[in-house]
Write a protein that binds this ligand. Structure first.
Ligand SMILES: [Fe+2]
Length: 223
């Protein structure tokens, strides 16, 4: 329209567009028919707890935190789980990369992913305090054994990284996201995302395998 014609050229607007600018892409994968695998991993973890000294993680209070070489074992079930969790991480990377990078993932060639993992065994009253996983890009947790009762606690909490978002909260402000632990489920999130585990109140053990993925150096800097 001619801006000098004097006609009402002011008010033809198309609807504005929402732009989700910095969403934090996380990932959940449910594995069916994992009972046998979980049973084998559970047995392995409880045995490892008895025979191998755990490490101070700085985040868990009580409970057992294995060394970070969990996946170095040649145990068949451990290697099977490693493949499964790597595949989950590959899928997640596709989604995460698309959100985070202006460079198409497909143009990056074969991106190596280095994986380290450890087992965490929590019992009644144990928690994991807020922490992040420095030095990695992707982090995840897989639940091996979790009591059925919904009142057993032990939820994973992913904290809203927008630390100022709750200064003036809306009604029903979405803030920290809670994930009740469920055996056979993998949850992946960016390693920078602060997370913690609410006190476990069930009987027996809450067993999970946590892991970090470090991407190959070529994925981490532009040229
Ligand atoms: Fe963690």
């Amino acid at each position: 329209m001619d801006h000098h014609s004097g006609h009402s050229d002011a008010a033809k607007s198309t609807p504005g567009q929402a732009i989700p600018l910095f969403p934090t892409v996380c990932f959940v994968a449910e594995h069916q028919d994992a009972e046998e695998l979980n049973e084998a991993i559970k047995t392995y973890c409880l045995e490892q707890e008895k025979t191998a000294a755990g490490i101070e993680s700085g985040s868990i209070e009580g409970g057992y935190h294995s060394s970070r070489e969990f996946f170095d074992s040649e145990h068949v079930a451990v290697q099977k789980l490693k493949e499964l969790l790597l595949e989950d991480a590959r899928q997640y990377l596709g989604h995460y990369w698309k959100q985070e990078s202006t460079t198409p993932l497909g143009s990056m060639g074969d991106l190596a992913m280095r994986m380290t993992g450890w087992s965490v065994i929590l019992r009644q009253g144990n928690v994991s305090k807020p922490h992040t996983h420095p030095g990695a890009q992707l982090s995840g947790v897989y639940y091996v054994s979790t009591p059925q009762d919904q009142n057993d606690g032990g939820e994973l909490v992913l904290a809203d990284p927008r630390i100022r978002a709750t200064v003036a909260p809306l009604v029903g402000q979405k803030s920290n996201a809670l994930f009740p632990p469920r055996a056979g489920v993998t949850i992946l999130f960016p390693s920078f995302l602060e997370h913690y585990v609410l006190p476990f109140k069930g009987s027996g053990e809450r067993i999970s395998i946590a892991y970090n993925i470090v991407l190959s150096p070529k994925s981490l800097q532009s040229d």
